[in-house]
Design a protein around this ligand. Structure first.
Ligand code: ADP
Length: 481
């Protein structure tokens, strides 16, 4: 078995704020059948420690970034874990990154440098009878692990850094270099130096053996100034080592045949049973119980990344043509208010629930005709994958993972019978409005809609293919060509 140590700041179902948690929680479960044994190092947040089974202290640090810490070996939710129990860093409830004022914890540099430092130590044999062939670090929070390993010197395991979102990079003042345990040599272009400060993600991109991101299109996009968030130049210099692997989804949690949250379960063979979910959704959102016109859905953070201001602008036209919208989301107050105002103006056609509700997210996927994802950038995106599995046609901007996972219903794809949804580009009001008009045309033809739904439901969106690709990558890294 090839041994990989995954280092992540969140993993579903122990702690989750976004797609990173889904990946860090699901990938380890899919790897054993590919010959890979993955253990995961997580910070010891209260919610993580509360769920541990059989935790055993295997190492004690008298002082780690300002306080004593222990490393626990444990299991939880089917995962083999190391947990960094450092109360001075992690014993804080709620969001893993933000304090009660909604701002980053002021000591986040230390909180996540400690995670990376301990990951590097574990990979090299800190725990009895454990060493890793490959270290897999996720996002800026773990990105110093390849950096520490580089400056520690050889022998060292191979390193992979996965970028889930370029928008989060971990920038800090340069005078933290010594306190973070980095050598003076690291303060250079070839190390962590970033505009005279320290960039965690920057250092990881410079020094990891391999860089992956969560779709092939995003892997290309981040090499450009438009999507690279000021790291595109560095990424271009490493282009030969950048690879995109699309995420999978947990197809047991997301299975329309067995999903206990639905009004009625359904399958490709019993597609007519899906209609009960559409009716339940209309009732839940307080919109008219009509079969006329397409029902559009959204499950999303309400931020400018997600492009929902574009949908807001298109809503009067969508309603005028007889469509409906069911939206579930939270985020920027102006967007929340905008959708509430639309609900007030068009109560039969627009329903919005402002909040985070995992169960309702399932019902939306099971009830809508089109799931709208008009993102300006989208490293992978998960909601369009849930939509495919639940027979909703994704209507998406052609960026990042959305471009890679939805087949546009153009003439060629329709005649070949392979279309699964609609794409538009660029992410602006005109292109979205046109895509919405195409959705009305498709919806008017029941045979085409049925074809779209069945194609989506039969697409493989599981972790099997991505797990195989990660396993191949780890194997290549362990034995370089
Ligand atoms: P991101 O990680 O950028 O937010 P993804 O599409 O990768 O976007 O993942 C979002 C995840 O969060 C999905 O599992 C989606 O169903 C879930 N989600 C987002 N907003 C809500 C909400 N308001 N209620 C329930 N689930 C939500």
């Amino acid at each position: 078995m090839l041994r990989v140590l995954s280092i992540a700041s969140e993993a579903f179902p122990l702690i989750k704020t976004g797609g990173l948690a889904d990946v860090a929680g699901a990938l380890p479960l899919a790897l054993p059948r590919e010959g890979v044994e993955m253990r995961t190092l997580l910070p010891g947040y209260p919610s993580v420690k509360a769920k541990l089974e059989k935790a055993e202290a295997i190492h004690a640090y008298p002082a780690l970034m300002g306080g004593p810490a222990r490393v626990l070996a444990a299991h939880a939710a089917g995962l083999d874990l190391f947990v960094l129990d450092a109360p001075h860093l992690y014993d804080r409830p709620g969001n893993p990154y933000l304090g009660p004022d909604g701002r980053d914890w002021p000591d986040n540099a230390f909180r996540f440098a400690a995670l990376a430092r301990v990951g590097a130590d574990l990979a090299k044999g800190l725990a009895p009878a454990y060493a890793a062939d490959v270290v897999h670090a996720h996002d800026w929070q773990a990105a110093l692990a390849p950096v520490y390993l580089h400056y520690d010197g050889t022998p060292r395991p191979a390193t992979v850094l996965t970028i889930h979102n370029m928008a989060f990079q971990g920038h800090y003042y340069g005078d933290l270099l010594g306190p973070l345990g980095l050598p003076a040599a690291a303060m250079s272009l070839d190390g962590v130096e970033y505009f005279s400060g320290i960039g965690f993600l920057k250092g990881g991109i410079r020094l990891a053996d391999k860089i992956t991101t969560v779709s092939p299109t995003y892997a290309r996009e981040i090499l450009t100034p438009e999507f690279g968030m000021a790291l595109d130049g560095l990424l271009r210099s490493r282009a030969a080592d950048v690879e995109g692997i699309v995420n999978g989804i947990d197809d047991e949690v997301w299975d329309p045949e067995t999903d206990p949250t639905l009004a009625r379960p359904f399958s490709a063979l019993k597609l007519q049973d899906r209609d009960a979910n559409r009716q339940a959704l209309q009732e839940k959102f307080g919109i008219a119980a009509t079969e006329a016109g397409p029902l559009f859905g959204v499950v999303s953070r309400l931020t400018s990344q997600k492009g929902l201001d574009l949908l807001l602008a298109c809503l009067p036209g969508l309603v005028a043509r007889g469509g409906q919208l069911a939206l579930l989301g939270t985020g920027e107050p102006a967007l929340e208010q905008g959708f509430r105002d639309m609900e007030g103006a068009y109560p039969d056609h627009v329903g919005c629930i402002i909040g985070y509700d995992e169960r309702l997210a399932h019902l939306i996927q099971a009830g809508v005709d089109f799931l709208v994802v008009p993102s300006r950038f989208e490293p992978c995106g998960l909601t369009q994958l849930y939509a495919l599995r639940y027979g909703a046609a994704p209507l998406v901007a052609r960026v990042g993972g959305l471009a890679d996972t939805v087949i546009d219903a153009n003439e060629a794809a329709l005649s070949a019978g392979v279309a699964t949804g609609l794409q538009f580009y660029p992410p602006d009001i005109g292109a979205l409005d046109y895509a919405i008009s195409r959705a009305f045309d498709l919806n008017a033809d029941p045979a085409i809609m049925r074809r779209l739904r069945l194609n989506g439901m039969r697409a493989d969106v599981s972790w099997r293919t991505p797990a195989r690709r990660y396993a191949a990558l780890y194997a290549r890294l362990r034995t370089p060509a």
